[in-house]
Design a protein around this ligand. Structure first.
Ligand code: ARG
Length: 592
């Protein structure tokens, strides 16, 4: 696909800049123009706030707006019909006939590619996402990482970057030695087979108790006895991990079994949410690279010895001191992350995005600090995209155990609730099709909840809001998309591509300017690593579209030219909503 011309909005910006240059405004002033939709009450759909010019022109924004409106001359045959000062704004009154024609044609012409950019700085980007820990349940945090990471991958790929989605499993570390010992002591293959993760997690808790001399299981024993027993367990665990590290086939096989059991469970979630990975290189993958990594760190001269451990002092950067090798020789999560980063850098990635919870914010600052000290280029292009927690509205979510949310429960409840919601509302009658629709809505709704706001914010989980058909939700947008697409049934798309756009009504003009803004929404989502920029956009588009089709006749319109124009706008909306939902990883149902 070649994207040869500027989007209409970019052209509009160009036009304004040219006009500003003609009245001899200095370039640095001109370059500050940010064209946006102006507040609702102001006429005209685009404009800019003159405050940006205030400092360099030494005048108030209102004065500047007045002056500019008087001086600026619209181009002949351009998009701008006239410049108008309204308070501090310089408004651009558009020739919607022309602008609308170009915008709608552009969308229909590009279809699923709408919003793509001609990429002259294509980057090879790795997205470190999902990354649950083996032998543990996947948490809501891991699910958030999966959903946000997947959407970011789609957004960046749409902009022409080469993306590798990497599931950096937590599958290595001394805890696996303990788990292997626990399996040896108490593991019952039959029970494990049935509920692998639940059982492994229990075994892990049990061995940790046994490794703690203060644990209640040692009640009644003398302190020395308890300490001896606990120390024995710890040593046995270490010995197992040593065997694992040394590549002992039995230890490896057992460990692999644990990995496979866990992956089977994780895969269920990935299938339900429709997320795939390019790489599943867990921490274990970097095992062979740990010693060379430590050697390289030493070679850089940033490592010091402290009480038998190897550490990097980063106090002067406010990053404390980090351990890269414990006194017993064990490596750490951080050591493995440094090795991972080196590998990725060797694989010629230009940038790394880590989608991991907020609780690891400081940890990633430390990691990036080390990478910088090593002089790695990729350190400058490493980004921790963190996200906040999910809070529950009390009593609204069934949890089996305290306030821990089990993902299966979450998904099942979403499916159940959606089923009830859809049951007597949908036009879909076929049972299989209905089931598919329920899944598309339920999963879409869960994803929306994760993507509708800046990831950094804590989200409140409220079923009623998640599944509302009346407001900011996936089903609402999905419905608008279905509605738009259904109006086009039996209409030749080629004919619509040739339609003459007549934009006279306010809601038509609004839709057109919104359609024009889609490429910018994608760019800002990518720039800020924030898919909510797209969620907010599609919700706005869906809302504006519903005003449009409530206010104006479309299929019932008797003037065939007006009807064609409205249908073409509808087609452009349907397409844009679909692309937008797609970038969020949300499916657009055929019927609802
Ligand atoms: N497994 C880790 C956890 O659950 C997340 C890993 C994130 N990725 C990374 N490269 N550190 O906390």
């Amino acid at each position: 696909m070649t994207i040869h011309k500027l989007y209409p909005l970019a052209q509009l910006k160009q036009e304004v800049i040219t006009a500003l240059q003609k009245i001899d405004l200095p370039l640095e002033v001109v370059n500050q123009v940010i064209i946006s939709r102006t507040p609702e009450q102001i006429e005209g759909d685009f404009g800019f706030h003159c405050a940006a010019f205030s400092v360099s022109l030494k005048k108030s924004p209102n004065e500047i707006a007045q002056e500019l409106a008087a001086k600026l001359q619209p181009e002949q045959d351009g998009y701008v019909q006239s410049f108008l000062a309204i308070g501090p704004y310089l408004n651009l009154q558009l020739n919607f006939q022309k602008f609308g024609q170009d915008v709608v044609e552009n969308v229909l012409d590009m279809g699923a590619d709408y919003g793509k950019e001609k990429q002259d700085q294509e980057q090879k980007i790795i997205i470190d996402m999902s990354s649950p820990n083996i032998a543990k349940r996947m948490s809501v945090g891991h699910l958030r990482s999966t959903i946000i990471g997947d959407s970011l991958a789609k957004i960046l790929a749409h902009l022409g970057h080469r993306i590798t989605k990497d599931n950096h499993l937590g599958d290595w570390g001394t805890q696996f030695g303990h788990l292997l010992r626990a399996l040896e002591l108490w593991g019952d293959p039959k029970i494990i087979e049935e509920h692998p993760i639940e059982e492994l997690q229990k075994l892990y808790v049990r061995i940790n108790q046994a490794a703690d001399p203060k644990s209640e299981i040692y009640q009644g024993l003398s302190q020395t006895e308890a300490e001896e027993k606990a120390a024995k367990i710890v040593n046995e665990g270490r010995a197992w991990f040593k065997r694992l590290e040394d590549g002992d086939p039995n230890a490896r096989a057992k460990w692999q079994e644990i990995v496979d059991w866990s992956m089977l469970e994780f895969q269920k979630m990935y299938t339900i949410f429709g997320v795939e990975f390019d790489w599943v290189k867990g921490e274990s993958f970097y095992e062979d690279m740990l010693q060379p990594t430590i050697a390289r760190l030493e070679h850089c001269g940033i490592v010091t010895k402290s009480e038998g451990a190897l550490v990097i002092d980063m106090e002067d950067q406010g990053l404390r001191t980090v351990i890269i090798k414990k006194s017993d020789g064990a490596t750490l999560y951080l050591t493995r992350d440094i090795a991972t980063a080196l590998y990725r850098s060797d694989q010629k990635f230009d940038a790394m995005i880590y989608v991991v919870g907020e609780d690891q914010k400081f940890y990633f600052e430390q990691l990036f600090g080390v990478l910088k000290e090593m002089g790695l280029k990729i350190a400058e292009k490493s980004k921790h995209v963190y996200f906040g927690l999910i809070r529950l509205t009390d009593g609204k979510m069934s949890t089996r155990k305290g306030r821990v949310i089990f993902l299966e429960d979450l998904v099942n409840e979403a499916l159940e609730r959606t089923k009830k919601l859809v049951e007597n509302r949908t036009q879909v009658t076929d049972a299989r099709e209905k089931e598919r629709l329920v899944k598309q809505i339920a999963i879409g709704a869960l994803k929306w909840n994760d993507l509708m706001a800046d990831p950094k914010r804590t989200i409140i989980f409220d079923w009623d809001k998640i599944l509302t058909m009346e407001g900011n939700s996936a089903p609402y947008v999905q419905y608008a998309q279905v509605r738009a697409a259904s109006m086009l049934k039996g209409i030749d798309p080629l004919q619509l591509q040739k339609a003459i756009i007549l934009a006279k009504q306010e809601s038509e003009c609004k839709l057109i300017s919104l359609l024009a803004l889609f490429p910018e929404a994608i760019l800002s989502a990518a720039e800020e690593y924030d898919p909510s920029k797209i969620a907010i956009y599609v919700y706005d588009l869906a809302k504006t579209f519903s005003t449009f089709y409530h206010d104006l006749p479309i299929l019932k319109e008797t003037n065939s030219q007006i009807q064609q124009s409205r249908l073409a706008i509808t087609a452009a909306v349907a397409e844009t909503l679909k692309v937008g939902l797609g970038l969020l990883g949300i499916e657009a149902p055929e019927k609802m």
